[in-house]
Ligand binder design. Structure first.
Ligand SMILES: NC(=O)c1ccc[n+]([C@@H]2O[C@H](COP(=O)([O-])OP(=O)(O)OC[C@H]3O[C@@H](n4cnc5c(N)ncnc54)[C@H](O)[C@@H]3O)[C@@H](O)[C@H]2O)c1
Length: 363
């Protein structure tokens, strides 16, 4: 056993034998320290907060079984999800070393999972988030030396410019823009859309789901061209198929598909532009005031898990972190140098549903 020091001069306990080396150190977050366990030879790292540390000495047989459940079993029975801490462990280190990213809508759901993975993989991250509660939570939970949070509205040019300035001031040249903000129409179909609300609802939903992307891209453009960076937009199964929302949501996500195509053309060869299209995912995705469903959250929809699981061939009830590696891959120009204008469909295979039965090997 020996004591070594990391780049910041913090001590790390190193334990080695002839087969392996394990390093145990800590990192500081806004809400306290985390134990960091690293296997440098294998390139694995895991972070444990005090509660998770305590849980190691409090394992019940049920929890141990849940933690060792394989992802395929999880798909078959979503209620047996593995513990998040264990699921997040044993992931290669440093995939995004040297990247400086801005994530819009990083306060919860898919955006938050992207932020956490990017930080874990070595990126420095700025976040533009509208909810003051989520901003507070982000500042408490994430390492201050890797994350800067700007409270603001992604539909405002000034707020986007402020977020770009904040992340560049904190961490240097911006390499990556990830737009994840979004709102939903809660499947309001044309017969149910109130005549006198369509215009307002359109402006609210398209403002967040479409216009914000243009504003974020414009605010970050000089940096991204200068640094030959990457843009990743968030679409949905609704950008490809009907019924994943009403006409407002579906047409807004088709519009984002247009943005991926046009921006990838306009910004090549300097900046790559790609998208991720998640399928149904258990999150807090909100509605809009004009449709009086802004207080609704997707995860509160009755039997949402059954609904999602029942329509995709892989039987996936996606959690936000199930999409985050797609965003990491598209942020790594080193690993995907030939990819632009592309969308990763992270939806359990909605595009390959069969006519007579959903999945070939389904019982
Ligand atoms: N949850 C799903 O089933 C699903 C499926 C396909 C696509 N998506 C898309 O994924 C994206 C993320 O959604 P989610 O499900 O993680 O929901 P979420 O509500 O958990 O995440 C959206 C985040 O954006 C923030 N936000 C909303 N409007 C903002 C604004 N104007 N400025 C700044 N921040 C703002 C919210 O506060 C929230 O933190 C959205 O674009 C959504 O359309 C979600």
């Amino acid at each position: 056993m020996s004591i070594i020091h990391n780049d910041r001069g913090e001590p790390i306990i190193q334990i080695a034998n002839e087969f392996t080396v394990i390093q145990v150190g800590y990192t500081r977050t806004g809400s306290g320290e985390r134990l960091v366990i690293t296997s440098p030879r294998l390139g694995f790292q895991t972070h444990l907060d005090p509660l998770q540390l305590e849980s190691l000495t409090w394992q019940t047989p049920t929890c141990t079984r849940r933690c060792s459940t394989r992802p395929t079993d999880r798909a078959r029975n979503s209620k047996r999800a593995p513990c998040r801490s264990i699921q997040k462990g044993l992931i290669p280190l440093g995939f995004l070393d040297g990247k400086v990213a801005l994530v819009t809508g990083g306060g919860s759901g898919i955006g938050r999972a992207v932020v956490e993975l990017y930080v874990q993989q070595g990126a420095k991250v700025g976040i533009l988030e509208i909810s003051p509660e989520k901003v507070k939570d982000l500042r408490n939970a994430l390492p201050v030396d890797a994350v800067v949070v700007t409270e603001g509205d992604a539909t405002s040019m000034a707020d986007n410019e402020r977020a770009v300035a904040d992340v560049v001031d904190a961490f240097g040249p911006l390499t990556t823009l990830v737009c994840v903000v979004g709102v939903f129409d809660y499947f309001t179909e044309i017969p149910q859309l109130p005549k006198d609300k369509i215009s307002e609802a359109f402006d609210q939903l398209f403002g967040v789901n479409v216009k914000s992307n243009l504003l974020s891209v414009k605010a970050a453009l000089d940096e991204l061209i200068e640094n030959e960076g990457d843009i990743i937009l968030t679409l949905s199964n609704a950008a490809f198929y009907p019924g994943g929302g009403g006409p407002l949501y579906v047409s807004s996500k088709f519009a984002v598909r247009g943005l991926v195509t046009e921006l990838a053309y306009e910004l090549a060869p300097k900046v790559r532009v790609n998208g991720v299209a998640p399928g149904g995912t258990i999150t807090e995705l909100r509605g809009i005031p004009a449709l009086a469903n802004e207080g609704q959250r997707l995860k509160d929809v009755p039997d949402i898990e059954g609904l999602i699981e029942g329509i995709n061939p892989l039987g996936i009830v996606a959690q936000p972190e199930d999409h985050s590696w797609a965003y990491a891959l598209l942020a790594s120009r080193e690993r995907t140098p030939a990819v632009t204008g592309t969308i990763i469909n992270s939806d359990g295979g909605l595009g390959v549903r069969g006519m007579t039965r959903m999945a070939g090997l389904a019982p």
